[in-house]
Design a protein around this ligand. Structure first.
Ligand SMILES: [Ca+2]
Length: 466
């Protein structure tokens, strides 16, 4: 089905979000609170199936809202996966259509030219600008490091709280929640609000107040089932910053310690998200507020011997949780394959404002309203030389620098432990998935060759301990 067809369905499905209604009854538009965590693993909410972690407030959101179990950021060509992720969120553009990294970081003036349509004839739009034009009061508080600077500057109220020093990180979730509550307490007027709160949590350094650390005994946290001491081959970025957070070979003890610290930070974040939601309820704003919770990218914490987000495994760099709850959104779940860049058009739908033409994502409203089971047939992700394509059932990863392929049957092997590419009976499936990967590359303007004429050695030897 073509994008326009989906948009037509979306507009028809959601009575409160039609353009006509929005133009005639702007006062009824919902408020939007968007909580965007930093390095948020897809499998770290209690209500989404993790019995070890305590997330009571986000669990309540999941129970009354709509959760997408297969949500992904598109990928990255730099180690800081956060940067393109946050840029795609606020521009609605896909990875290979983003401006250069320095422009995203606000270090070059080209972005303003691009906004004016002077660069490659493109007509750039930004989520905060679109919502502000639709009558929203827009507020951002979040980290500046690896944030999308021109996007953040487009907010009417923009407070950057980086909280880099470790001592401050313990109260990072609290500080961000305080800022949001203060904004809600002191704002005047009756415009709907769009709040984008993006604390650097649970990103490392993973520290939380002791009461949260005390909830998790590392000895009682099970290892990931796909734990390995060292990733079995060179994935193209084996010693990037995040991978150096733990020595090689990874040990069960260090993985458990990292998981305990990570869970403590997530529970702390959950607590302070709960404070914001409690304030909305107290102020009688919650009934007309859509709450969105997600994260900029996933993370490996011992999975496959990896510790960072610089990979395309399912429980690695690109897979994130995604929950929406509020007026007009039914309780439900979907395993549709969705991107974070689908949120821009989705939020436009929910806010009752037209979807700008340049957006590349799909509104998820038809899925939430039960009018459609999917928005796309396959999902493509990319990280440096790594390329992945997945369908509902099958996943192929191609490491283009070493000409290595992995094939997984996600139906029977969701943690990607049994590489079927090494079994001759799957040659046909590999050809089929490689063809799909090439199709996706053409669709998204990715020019990376899938076969290297001069492949690097696949073996990787960890650096010696100093
Ligand atoms: Ca991140």
């Amino acid at each position: 089905m073509q994008r326009r067809d989906f948009l037509k369905i979306g507009a028809g499905a959601l009575a409160l979000a039609t353009t006509t209604r929005a133009q005639t009854a702007p006062a009824k538009r919902p408020n939007i609170l968007f909580v965007f965590a930093d390095d948020m693993k897809a499998d770290c909410l209690g209500a989404l199936g993790n019995p070890r972690i305590r997330t009571p407030n986000l669990d309540r959101l999941v129970r009354r809202g709509f959760a997408f179990s297969h949500a992904y950021t598109f990928g990255s060509m730099v180690g800081a996966v956060c940067l393109p992720s946050r840029s795609m969120l606020l521009t609605g553009r896909s990875l290979f259509h983003l401006p250069a990294e320095k422009v995203l970081r606000g270090k070059l003036p080209q972005f303003e030219k691009a906004l004016a349509g002077q660069q490659e004839g493109r007509d750039w739009v930004l989520l905060p600008r679109v919502l502000r034009a639709a009558g929203y009061e827009t507020f951002h508080v979040g980290k500046s490091g690896n944030g999308f600077v021109p996007g953040l500057q487009a907010f009417e109220h923009n407070t950057i709280r980086d909280d880099r020093p470790v001592a401050e990180r313990t109260t990072s979730s609290q500080n961000h929640a305080n800022q949001v509550i203060e904004f809600l307490r002191t704002r005047t007027g009756d415009r709907p609000f769009f709040i984008y709160v993006a604390p650097p949590v649970p990103h490392d350094p993973r520290v939380a107040p002791q009461e949260f650390m005390d909830l998790y005994d590392p000895a009682k946290i099970p290892l990931p089932v796909n734990f390995q001491p060292v990733h079995p081959f060179d994935n193209g970025d084996m010693a990037v910053r995040d991978e150096q957070l733990a020595p090689w070979p990874r040990t069960p003890e260090i993985v458990r310690r990292h998981l305990a610290d990570y869970y403590a930070c997530v529970t702390c974040l959950d607590h302070h998200v709960g404070r914001i939601i409690a304030h909305l309820e107290q102020a009688k704003l919650l009934d007309n507020t859509i709450v969105v919770f997600s994260g900029d990218n996933g993370l490996s914490l011992g999975d496959h011997g990896l510790f960072g987000k610089q990979n395309v495994y399912e429980y690695g760099g690109m897979h994130v949780p995604l929950v929406l709850a509020g007026p007009g959104i039914p309780a439900g779940r979907s395993d549709a394959l969705v991107y974070l860049l689908d949120l821009f058009p989705t939020i436009c739908n929910l806010a009752g404002t037209p979807i700008p033409a340049p957006l590349e994502g799909q509104s998820l409203v038809p899925v939430m309203m039960g009018r459609s089971a999917a928005v796309r047939e396959y999902l493509f992700t990319a990280y440096k030389p790594q390329r992945a394509i997945r369908t509902d059932r099958w996943k192929l990863i191609r490491y283009t620098h070493i000409n290595k392929t992995q094939l997984f049957d996600l139906q029977t092997d969701p943690r990607e432990m049994d590489n079927l590419a090494e079994k001759p009976e799957h040659a046909g499936k590999i050809r089929e998935m490689m063809a799909l990967l090439e199709k996706a590359q053409k669709q998204w303007d990715d020019t990376c060759p899938l076969v290297s004429p001069t492949p690097a050695p696949a073996q990787w030897i960890p650096p010696a301990r100093t």
